[in-house]
Design a binder for this molecule. Structure first.
Ligand code: DGT
Ligand code: CA
Ligand code: CA
Ligand code: ZN
Length: 596
């Protein structure tokens, strides 16, 4: 993590902690502004002197001193003091949707609330109603949000699990004597949240593997250290801010390691990839063929024999690769993402699910014109680097005030800038002038039709009023789908994993309308969203609905979220034909202009 990113995290954290302590709001705003300046500047702040720092918009003397402190001492005294002052658990309370810093401060000062448990207590005994301006309706909303937050806090979003899984796999592959190493479990199946990370290893020197796994710096606790199975709790990120939905500084996740023999790696990988329900079906199928399946292989079944076949020295009919095991079971290779007992054992051939390499365009991205961190040129360059033939610039529309939504004038100015950039970048990439236009709460769009008609691409997304009842939400989204100038519905439900449920429209109606009006529904690839979710994608694919997989890029690293969008698409059975991002330049542009 760069110095500036680290600084920004700390400043965001200070701003939030200061809010909880009721500090001067100008001071709070100054820290937030400085955090954004650190995020947006390409120059490393630790290499600048005070004069240069203060010259930067958003950086004053006070922040300059903090920059110095962090770069020289690697800590910030005031932040340490704030962390002392504010109870740890209060941050989790602030994370609950609908609870602002002011209310949290009151809960803390007046009622002694210090964490989610004590919040629940003051709700249950009714004392929360003693707070000024606290009515039953607000309490009900807090209660719902609290239940949602605690139900989901157990599971880790896929994107954070990926940080851990990638790190563990990389670490173990570097150990001498390791021949194979793969992440299995729900992570390999690409679920949107993960209970724990499962890692499989084949190694000639198992003790070195155990050591690398159990004794690394990020290991918080060793739960078990056995010969072939180890379990630990690892820190998710060693240096990530507590803010913006990221891993909390001290958050950990469980990780299981299995060391397996090379000859049964395929069977073990199948077993530990799961799902449990898929495994059950496979074993049933095996038995019907007088075979028995376990993590060591597929064996001839002998109902009179005692003990496991491998312990009796029985030779497996397949075990080395997953493919061999599936083949011997009379099945095509089943991709991990659909091993969920959703009918995958009935497939005659392996489905040609979409892959990362199929994606050839990005159709939802932001620049500094609204709330993005990339200039137009940076956005285009990043898209070129990914090999995309098209990038759509879709900044926010005017109602998204906090996200710097564009007035009609600024939107038209941007078209000029895009034409200029197109001339500079030439034929290698097509830059589309677009908008992520707000779907207002009644389903109307945030720009007039004549403005929308000037754009090459329109992504229409809900951003506000996300607690609407399902009926209203359905009506709202249907109206947007029926709009003749809309190409894509962005993050259709607006859910944020573990943070807010979002809308619950009648998805079958939306899908049917999208097919009728030739609109694509988006899989927003950001790991906090993954919206559409897998089950929605499956329904859409079955109906023949077009799907977009987009990263909704705000920063260069957001492009890396594509893998999570693709995983979700694969879980829904998406093939390249229905995914507009996998189309050729000609086909895509023909479709886009058919709506103009
Ligand atoms: P998670 O961690 O809750 O997100 O979900 P998984 O699927 O990763 O589950 P986990 O970590 O408990 O176990 C990994 C895989 O190991 C699981 O997908 C299937 C297999 N497995 C674990 N326990 C059992 C079991 O009792 N029976 C069967 N058939 N398979 C199991
Ligand atoms: Ca797992
Ligand atoms: Ca596990
Ligand atoms: Zn967006």
């Amino acid at each position: 993590m760069s110095f500036n990113a680290r600084l920004a995290d700390r400043l965001h954290e200070m701003a939030a902690l200061l809010e909880l302590t009721g500090a001067n709001r100008f001071r709070i705003a100054a820290f937030s502004k400085a955090a954004r300046a650190a995020e947006n500047h390409t120059q490393d702040f630790s290499s600048l002197d005070d004069k240069e720092l203060i010259a930067i918009d958003g950086i004053g003397k006070g922040v300059a001193a903090i920059v110095r402190e962090l770069s020289e001492m690697d800590e910030i005294e005031e932040l340490n003091a704030l962390r002392e002052e504010v109870p740890d658990g209060l941050i989790d309370v602030l994370d609950i949707q609908g609870l602002g810093p002011k209310t949290v401060r009151q809960l803390w000062n007046d009622l002694g609330v210090t964490d989610r448990a004590s919040l629940k207590k003051v709700i249950d005994d009714g004392s929360i109603l003693d707070l000024p301006r606290m009515g039953q309706k607000t309490v009900d909303n807090i209660k719902t949000a609290l239940t949602f937050a605690s139900k989901s806090s157990e599971r880790l979003p896929l994107g954070l699990a990926a940080i851990v899984a990638d790190r563990l796999v990389e670490r173990l592959r570097a150990v001498k004597g390791v021949k194979q190493c793969e992440a299995a479990g729900s992570f390999r199946r690409g679920r949107d949240t993960i209970g724990d990370v499962d890692i499989l290893v084949v190694a000639s020197d198992p003790e070195s593997v155990r050591e690398a796994f159990c004794e690394a710096d990020d290991v918080e606790q060793v739960v078990a250290r056995g010969e072939t199975k180890c379990s630990v709790r690892v820190k998710i990120a060693t240096d990530t801010g507590r803010w913006k939905g990221q891993a909390k500084a001290n958050a950990t996740v469980g990780a299981d390691l299995r060391i397996v023999p090379a000859e049964s790696f395929g069977a073990a990988l199948m077993y530990f990839t799961g799902s449990k329900e898929h495994n059950v079906r496979l074993r049933e199928k095996a038995l019907k063929q007088k075979l028995t399946l376990n993590e060591y292989g597929l064996f001839p079944h002998d109902k009179n024999a005692e003990g496991s076949p491998q312990s009796r020295g029985v030779k497996p009919v397949a075990s080395k690769t997953e493919k061999q095991v599936y083949t011997k079971l009379g099945l095509p290779y089943i991709p991990p993402e659909i091993r969920e007992d959703i009918g995958e054992l009935d497939l005659d051939e392996s489905p040609k699910l979409i892959g990362l390499d199929d994606i050839k365009s990005e159709l939802h991205a932001h620049t500094t014109a609204s709330d993005g961190k990339m200039s137009l040129e940076e956005l285009v360059q990043n898209s070129l680097d990914r090999g995309f033939h098209t990038i759509a610039v879709t900044d926010h529309s005017r109602s998204s005030v906090q996200a710097g939504g564009l007035s009609v004038e600024r939107l038209r100015e941007q078209r000029g800038a895009i034409d200029q950039a197109q001339a500079e970048f030439g034929k290698d990439i097509k830059i589309l002038a677009g908008s992520e236009v707000d779907i207002l709460s009644d389903g109307t769009l945030d720009y007039d039709d004549d403005v929308l008609g000037e754009l090459d691409i329109v992504v229409a997304s809900p951003h506000a009023a996300l607690t609407q009842d399902p009926k209203t939400a359905t009506k709202r989204l249907l109206k947007a789908i029926e709009h003749p100038m809309v190409h894509i519905i962005g993050h259709p439900t607006g859910r944020l994993i573990n943070r807010r449920p979002g809308l619950s429209p009648a998805m079958d109606e939306l899908i049917a309308a999208a097919v009728e009006h030739d609109v694509a529904l988006e899989i927003n690839a950001h790991w906090m969203r993954l919206d559409l979710r897998d089950s929605h994608v499956r329904a859409a694919v079955e109906a023949g609905c077009k799907i977009a997989i987009d990263c909704d890029d705000h920063a260069p690293e957001d492009f890396d979220n594509l893998r999570f969008g693709v995983a979700t698409a694969r879980r829904g059975g998406l093939t390249p034909e229905l995914c507009i991002n996998s189309w050729s330049k000609t086909k895509l542009h023909k479709w886009l202009s058919s709506k103009r």
